[in-house]
Design a protein around this ligand. Structure first.
Ligand SMILES: NC(=O)c1ccc[n+]([C@@H]2O[C@H](COP(=O)([O-])OP(=O)(O)OC[C@H]3O[C@@H](n4cnc5c(N)ncnc54)[C@H](O)[C@@H]3O)[C@@H](O)[C@H]2O)c1
Length: 340
């Protein structure tokens, strides 16, 4: 007997919403039923393209039969929309970053707790085979104690990416090279190495005509004692694949985007048969595949059905936002910031 499909409503139907609907349409236990976007023109076109309903207002979407609401709006709206949806009794999938301030992260966690619903946050790189394998290698202890663990994200975004957009604004993006693009790598670095204890950062706007940083560096100390650096920019041509370097006492591992490119350990065979589909967007933000969203949705829908634990939680997503905000605070105050 086929299972009842989980009904999903989408809020905001710009670039990333296409990846959500593409991922969900590949799942036979999910059905996107409708969309709400403040641009009536965009929601009509999106609804027509995908054969779904248009909701004229957010309230209409919240009153619909949707059991899950996927929030794909500019980042500055994530907290208020997620909280409204949770209070309306909906499960929520919110795009990264979960929220733009620590206070809003806390408000979301509180709303999740009181509603008893699932609040999931997109972080599709955690579902990439290469990242999972890197985590297994580190957890196996084969590399030994982590010593220097770094993220280098040297991306390029065209000027038109920011022009006339919410992107690059304090209110809607909350930050730039780190809060928008770097968040993926910082989240993976935290996943692989663990929580960050102390940061000291500098953020600058060097190239783009935007309110937030287009370039950032930080030194970090992890809770486990390892040191490292985070570099992030959207200002260097031509744009390079993101690199994560994990150097440990017995060996080192280098990751480009989501692929392990080397494990320097005597006799180590990563035994990797297939490459991940393209998760990378180092030159073009739309040059990613929906595969990561699809893998994450499989877990989210299982959690909504009560059949699995949510693998990536809003609490975990909040910790990544907290790390980024600490780098901003350090740059502003010119001092070390200790995370709780
Ligand atoms: N996971 C990823 O790899 C990834 C990639 C790109 C973007 N994102 C995230 O997705 C979110 C959206 O980014 P995008 O590139 O799709 O932006 P976009 O500008 O292409 O689309 C945003 C849409 O939201 C609509 N909107 C604005 N205010 C609204 C409101 N109050 N209610 C309903 N709709 C509203 C806009 O009209 C627009 O159609 C951002 O938070 C971004 O960080 C994630």
């Amino acid at each position: 007997m086929s299972r009842c499909k989980i009904k999903i409503g989408i809020i905001g139907c710009g670039m990333i919403a296409e990846f959500h609907i593409s991922a969900l349409s590949a799942l036979d236990d999910a059905e996107v039923i409708g969309v709400f976007d403040t641009s009536a023109e965009r929601s009509r076109a999106f609804a027509q393209k995908h054969g779904i309903e248009v909701y004229e207002t957010m309230d209409a979407l919240l009153a619909s039969a949707a059991e899950v609401v996927a929030i794909c709006t500019p980042s500055g709206l994530h907290a208020s929309l997620a909280i409204a949806a949770l209070h309306a009794g909906k499960n929520v999938v919110v795009e990264k970053p979960v929220a733009l301030t620590n206070e809003d992260c806390e408000r979301i966690l509180e709303a999740e707790k009181t509603s008893g619903k699932v609040c999931a946050v997109v972080s599709q790189l955690r579902y990439a085979d290469g990242i999972r394998q890197a985590k297994e290698i580190l957890d196996s202890g084969a590399l030994g104690k982590p010593v220097l663990c770094d993220l280098y994200m040297k991306y390029y975004r065209e000027k038109k990416y920011y022009e006339g957009s919410w992107r690059g604004t304090f209110a809607m993006d909350g930050g730039g090279a780190l809060m928008n693009q770097g968040i993926h790598g910082i989240d993976v670095l935290r996943y692989l190495v663990g929580d960050v204890k102390i940061v000291n950062g500098k953020v600058r706007t060097l190239v783009h005509d935007i309110e937030v940083e287009d370039t950032a560096v930080a030194s970090v100390q992890f809770v486990n004692g390892a040191l490292g650096v985070i570099e992030g920019t959207t200002s260097v041509r031509p744009g390079y694949p993101r690199r994560i370097e994990i150097h440990c006492e017995k060996g080192s591992m280098l990751i480009e985007e989501t692929e392990i490119v080397s494990v320097d350990l005597p006799d180590f065979d990563p035994n990797k048969e297939e490459k991940d589909p393209d998760f990378a967007g180092f030159k073009d933000p739309a040059a990613i595949s929906a595969e990561g969203h699809l893998r994450q949705y499989k877990n989210i829908l299982a959690a909504v059905r009560g059949e699995a634990e949510l693998f990536y939680t809003a609490k975990e997503a909040s910790e990544t936002v907290k790390t980024i905000l600490a780098i901003y605070e350090s740059s502003k105050t010119d001092r070390d910031i200790h995370l709780n």
